[in-house]
Design a protein. Sequence first.
Length: 145
Amino acid sequence: MTTITGMVELKKAFQDMAKQAEKNQTVALQLVGQTYANDVKAIAPRKTTTYIRSIHVEPKQGTEMYQGNPAVFVGTDVVYGPQLEYGGVIKAKNAPYLVFQTEDGTWHSVKQVYQAPKPHFRPPLDQNFKKYQDIYLAAMGRGLV
């Protein structure tokens, strides 16, 4: 009969590694999210700093997990954020016309105006995916050996 010893210690070692991996995943996601948010802020429209400051990283854990996995959401809570990203029509609500001045000093009165999209959330993800992946993998590898 063969006796196997050390199973309790091995099981504990695996549990410790799993706990460390979970901690590393949280840190890795936060690092990637913050790096992505900084990349978004770097190319976001700069009319005011209010919009830039509104771009933030929000970790999701526990009951807020995304499809059963820890995640971070990067976004903004200002109402006009989607309008800047995707563009669209702006219509007068509380007056018959929108009144605005262009850069050349000319005043205009219109019922609606089309605002062109200025994507700043999508391009960094497409251009820097490898960078985010490398940050995640480096953070996940810390302390597991």
